[in-house]
Design a protein around this ligand. Structure first.
Ligand code: SF4
Length: 308
């Protein structure tokens, strides 16, 4: 049975682990949010912030940052943790790259984050559309850095190369959870395939742009993973050359997604962050409300461990 909790501004489920105090967030300042939302709707743009009900949209929107969701809001996959609609996507909108570049200019962003649903219906998984959007942003907004949070392109390394060649500052691909939970959490994903995508991007990006080219990946905790599994997964990511790691708490968007198995306390995130740093990541951003592109522009410039 679900009920709406005024305290946390979202649905909570009876009989499931109660939402701990450290996750309770200030209420969304509607004024700021509506201004940002209106701007995005006027330009036919979607944000993953809204579609995935991200708990940080207050913070990001009031700072004039957002993660742009490219290629529509219907995904060809159905991950167990995600509330984005699954089904048959519409054809790509050729205006989207240019409109996104204009939106970045209008928001006066220094750092833009692009992500997308999975488009397994497209021959290149949408890689060319990503590349066109990066190039449009960089052309329209010289000096703006772009982070891309991409799907696995079904392991197509030419698609990965197409995106890297367009010059993103950060190439991000989430592994989301530990391999043993993939069947439930990310049934259409493959851990080894994600590792190959990240390793290939790092190799190509370093060859093209030098050691400053950074790759990034993120995991959600609280889905039933053990610490031993988690550390083995992090070791594999370091082995694939991943520079930046994000660790955050999984939060159930609606009753249709997987239940939260455990709320990980902030001190445990701090301890895991330190262990991850010791494994060799350049930057670790860990905390209950950390999301893959949360404070992305700050994280991209950081060294060491940051606990949020
Ligand atoms: S691939 Fe991404 S957008 Fe699609 S269901 Fe999974 S998490 Fe959601």
């Amino acid at each position: 049975m679900a009920r709406f909790s005024k305290r946390v501004g979202r649905e909570v489920l009876e009989g499931h682990p109660r939402l701990p105090e450290w996750i309770a967030k200030e209420r969304v300042k509607l004024g700021d949010l509506n201004g940002m939302k209106k701007g995005l709707r006027d330009s036919h743009l979607h944000t993953v912030c809204e579609e995935a009900r991200c708990p940080n949209r207050t913070h990001c929107f009031t700072q004039g940052t957002a993660t742009f969701l490219l290629m529509g809001e219907v995904c060809t996959r159905a991950c167990g943790f995600c509330s984005i609609q699954s089904g048959r996507p519409r054809a790509l909108d050729p205006r989207e790259p240019g409109e996104t570049a204009e939106r970045v200019a209008a928001l006066n962003l220094r750092f833009a984050v692009l992500t997308s649903v999975n488009r397994d219906d497209l021959p290149d998984g949408g890689a060319a559309h990503f590349a066109d959007t990066i190039l449009a942003i960089r052309h329209r907004n010289p000096g703006v850095a772009v982070e891309v949070l991409v799907p696995d392109f079904m392991g197509d390394l030419e698609a990965v190369a197409r995106v890297v060649a367009a010059g993103p500052a950060v190439f991000n691909h989430n592994t989301e959870t530990v391999p043993s939970l993939y069947a439930e959490v990310r049934p259409a994903g493959r851990f080894e395939r994600s590792l190959r995508v990240l390793a290939h991007a790092k190799q190509l990006g370093t060859a093209l742009y030098g050691p400053g080219f950074r790759t990034k990946s993120g995991l959600m905790l609280g889905l039933g993973e053990t610490e031993a599994e988690l550390l083995a997964t992090l070791e594999a990511l370091v082995g694939a050359g991943v520079d930046i790691l994000t660790l955050g708490q999984y939060l159930r968007p609606t009753r249709h997604q997987l239940p939260v198995r455990r709320y990980v306390p902030p001190e445990e995130f701090a301890a895991l962050g330190a262990k991850a740093k010791a494994l060799g990541f350049g930057t670790v951003y860990a905390g209950p409300l950390v999301r893959s592109s949360f404070n992305a522009h700050e994280v991209a410039g950081l060294e060491g461990v940051s606990i949020a």
